[in-house]
Design a protein around this ligand. Sequence first.
Ligand SMILES: Cc1cc2nc3c(=O)[nH]c(=O)nc-3n(C[C@H](O)[C@H](O)[C@H](O)COP(=O)(O)O)c2cc1C
Length: 193
Amino acid sequence: MNTDAAYELLRQFASPVVAITSHWQGRSNGMISDSAVRASISPRVPRLSVYIHKWHLSHELIWRSGRFTMHLLHQKQLEVVHQLGFISGRDQDKMAAIGHRPGAGGVPILAECYAAFECRVINTMDTGYATHFLGDVTETHRGGGSEILTAPWLRQNLPAEWREAFLANYRHAQEYIDGHAAIQDIRWTGPER
Ligand SMILES: Cc1cc2nc3c(=O)[nH]c(=O)nc-3n(C[C@H](O)[C@H](O)[C@H](O)COP(=O)(O)O)c2cc1C
């Protein structure tokens, strides 16, 4: 298989760019993802899923609490992508500079977003380098904005001064994934008490 060609085609699975917040025992965090998927078409069974790399602080907080809040962002929120998606909460309290209020279980809800979905984890799938989290949506909040931020739009509008850091993070993640592709089949057994 020509893996480069396959990779270019994989990138056509265009997802929204979302902010995912988490909270566990007094610690709040947020990250950016472009791998979020609506996981149900029934209004009576609202579900979302997302895959999160195991080395992220967000992974630890979501795994332990069994909760996350997913935010659709609008196109005037590029700065939030930079604030949450370029460095780890292990190195800096990223939520300190971003307006938010506590939602269920203390998980932050961003003051500004297109929409927020409070989720409770109901299942996970191990992918070796990441965990795919499936969540029941427990609350939905409509925010502001009109045009949703998507991955193709972000690629076209990424400020030039962010590009180097963006690509460096990307390469680092790809190298980790290459070395951790084997499924470990680690089971999530519910939130920590
Ligand atoms: C556009 C964009 C998309 C991203 N998509 C994902 C993703 O789908 N899954 C993931 O684990 N990390 C993704 N990241 C990387 C994390 O957001 C980033 O590494 C973040 O700093 C992790 O923070 P944490 O360690 O505080 O949890 C993405 C970053 C950007 C900028």
